[in-house]
Design a protein around this ligand. Sequence first.
Ligand SMILES: Cc1ncc(COP(=O)(O)O)c(C=O)c1O
Length: 448
Amino acid sequence: MAETSSELERYLQSTTKSKALWEEAKNYLPGGDSRNSIFWAPYPIFVDHASGCHVVDSDGVDRLDFIGTMTTLILGHSPKPVMDAVQIQLEKGVVYNAPNPLQTRLAKLLCERIPSFDLVRFTNSGTEATLNTIRAARAVTGKSKIAKVEGGYHGSHDQVSISVRVNPAKAGDRNRPEALAATEGLGEGMLEQVVVLPFNETKVSRQILEENKNELAAVIIEPMLGSVGMLPATTEFLAMLREFTADNGVILIFDEVISYRASMGGAQEYYGITPDLTSLGKIIGGGFSIGAFGGRKDIMDLYDPSAPGGPRVAHAGTFNANPVTMMAGAATLDQLTPEVYRKLAEMTEYLRASILKVGAELETPVQVTGLGSLFGIHFTSDELVGYRDIAAEDAAFRHQVFLGLLNEGILMASNLVGAVSTEIGEAEIDAFTAALRRVLERALTPSG
Ligand SMILES: Cc1ncc(COP(=O)(O)O)c(C=O)c1O
């Protein structure tokens, strides 16, 4: 491995204040951290402020933001129309012990845009959203097991903390993945509740589903594996899931917390496949904490508190549908017109093509995956079908590239997935590819 230490050295030299802040944080927070997904070795940068597509760390280093808080900030940091709207709401109060009309405004926008949404409910996170889709599926079917794909991330509650970023050596045959806990501390019997499918393997997944069909309440799937690598499902795979679930009284849940960015109606519109329930999060809160779940009226009606006898499925949350988040979300969606989606897709296509060009010129294998304004960089010429192919990539090399990009003024997720915001134009993309070229040139030059 060439020059690993020089990227690290450079990083250590330019992030001394972040390091000191991290050392201090460790006195009060385990590992100085509250969100494992944004920790990276040796320690992360600590952010001082951000604006548009720029993030400035505590050492004063200004970086271009090509991840936007794990894909959330589709309009960049602090977009004026959203901040102005939030300011108006802040003066009217932050959270009330009664409903507010803004929740209807955001709900209407979502129901108008997302093909499968008859009704929707708000939460504070994507985790709560997927939890509720699964609970609703269990309530409506009277069954308990769920199926998910290996590598699929659906938040941090017990039922989905299984077979996420598993070590392939411990997870059995790639076509018969074993259910593995993604964390210690899961409740007893959790593993038996989850049937694990190999992503994009239509035939074997159908076989596994058939074997479990009488016990399955739901199949939950990201139409594009998001945080694990931005790997889209094939239409054939999703169509099989739709057909199987419809034929067997199983609820099909699309987790679109990330993939909702794919188009105005989400990945379900892009693929033309309509799930029964969908979970959302990230962009729909305009930068404020949010989640949502919605879908078929007959299922969502289980939550109706005005139904005779009350709701069949309980759902509360102090900050659910709070007016600040609702205002920010609605103001964000107002900005997201078809023209904006077209421009985002065009810019991201330019980014993808530019990255491929760098790879070709340096004669190093590279693939760029993703949908809409989402992208993932993979340094391999092997076909990327499912999680195992992503897990087979050279993790040390990828980390070296990630640190190198930080050194060159680019912020991505530490596993090289990214998102393009409306603040990013050709000039920023050219800066990105020039940075990547320098990083790869250093990485590919034998040291010595
Ligand atoms: C596909 C998917 N589902 C669910 C979640 C959980 O969302 P949150 O972090 O808001 O709890 C995430 C978060 O990254 C996600 O990517």
